[in-house]
Design a protein around this ligand. Structure first.
Ligand SMILES: *Cc1c(COP(=O)(O)O)cnc(C)c1O
Length: 365
């Protein structure tokens, strides 16, 4: 008998996502001390797999926080007191990261677009011509609007600015599409566990370049918990400065194995296929995509509620069938709704979801 206490509701929301039974079970392993040899082995074993999935040779630090913690870490350590950081914003998460930099006392500039649009490379090029920046921060996959930004084009532009560090939030796309960290020259590449990684929430990973460590040495107030220099010191011994979420690391270790066994290319292709299925359903059901054409996310679709359905009523209907989707984020509530197709969700799961939504729409019509 399952020890789980509640009914299973299948999550089609963009975080936390559906987590497989096997992964939940992996967390039930006995505790080990984090200064033990067994822990160092676990840490080292994960490093190899993390580097493979991040397409990097850089260390991948383990943070005991959700992804937002690495925003603090990156903004604080990569930007000197008298320098500036440029934020490319296009939705709730990219805007919140800019706010996080500001609250850490950093001088910020913002290049923004309307929600639903992608930030174009030309905007970055223009901003870089008008001022000098210690870092550029962007969100590859803006979860609030379902936009996948052209990060590889930003990378091309930034090649001409070797002193400007490139900070990229890949929270809702890592493991759902290729994030070519080293080829794109990403200096901080950050993700958390509860999105396309398909783990429970509570841990985050940051691939950090040597240039960030050099920059950090020139920043006075880096704090302790999120200081990359402290994290690196412990990384060198396959360890973490403070007590890590060991149970979650067990789960991540198993999940990395299953991701590599599926094959990264196959995994990315499955996400593309699920995105295409969703686009086709959106059109057939008489809705439109909220995200700009050409920039739809492979992991989460934001649907423009052109039929003006009652999203809360739809979710109540789905709940009776053991499923849930996400309403629009913040100011988009009711105006859009979001369907996540990330992590371990399979095309067949989406078919079940679409059939249920179609049933709801037929009833409403
Ligand atoms: C969910 C999300 C975050 C916030 O991550 P937490 O792990 O909740 O702190 C940041 N960026 C993006 C793009 C997200 O989708």
């Amino acid at each position: 008998m399952s020890p789980k206490k509640s009914e299973h509701v299948r999550l089609f929301i963009p975080g936390p996502v559906e987590v497989r039974d096997e992964i939940l079970d992996a967390q039930a392993e006995w505790m080990i001390g984090h200064r033990s040899k067994a822990f160092a082995e676990l840490y080292a074993r994960m490093q190899g797999k993390l580097k493979q999935t991040f397409f990097t040779e850089n260390p991948v630090y383990v943070y005991t926080s959700s992804g937002s913690g690495i925003w603090e870490s990156a903004s604080r350590c990569a930007v000197r007191d008298d320098a500036k950081i440029l934020h490319l914003t296009c939705g709730a998460f990219s805007e919140r990261w800019a706010e996080t930099s500001r609250l850490n006392g950093k001088n910020i500039d913002i290049a923004a677009v309307e929600w639903g649009q992608a930030v174009k490379p030309e905007q970055l090029a223009d901003a870089l011509k008008s001022a000098q920046y210690d870092a550029v921060a962007c969100v590859m996959n803006e979860t609030s609007t379902g936009v996948r930004n052209p990060v590889e084009a930003y990378a091309e532009i930034l090649k001409d600015y070797p002193d400007t560090l490139f900070l990229v939030d890949v929270v809702s796309i890592y493991a759902g599409a290729k994030v070519d960290t080293d080829a794109w020259g990403i200096d901080v590449c950050l993700t958390s566990t509860q999105k396309a990684f398909a783990l429970p929430p509570g841990m985050a990973f940051g691939a950090v370049s040597p240039a960030v460590l050099e920059r950090a040495k020139q920043v006075k107030n880096r704090g302790y918990y999120f200081d990359v220099l402290v994290l690196d010191k412990y990384y060198q011994r396959n360890n973490t400065p403070s007590t890590p979420p060991i149970s979650l690391m067990y789960a991540a270790d198993v999940q990395l194995d299953t991701m590599l066994a599926e094959g990264l290319e196959a995994r990315f292709e499955r996400h593309q296929r699920m995105a295409a299925m969703t686009h086709a359903w959106v059109e057939q059901a008489g809705f439109e995509m909220f995200s700009e054409e050409g920039y739809h996310s492979p992991t989460v679709s934001a649907v423009d509620n052109t039929r003006e359905i009652d999203v809360a009523a739809l979710n109540a209907f789905l709940a009776e069938r053991g499923m849930t989707i996400s309403n629009g984020y913040g100011k988009l509530k009711g105006k859009s709704f979001r369907i996540a197709h990330m992590g371990d969700i399979q095309p067949a799961d989406l078919e079940t979801l679409f059939a249920a939504i179609d049933e709801f729409l037929a009833k409403e019509a």
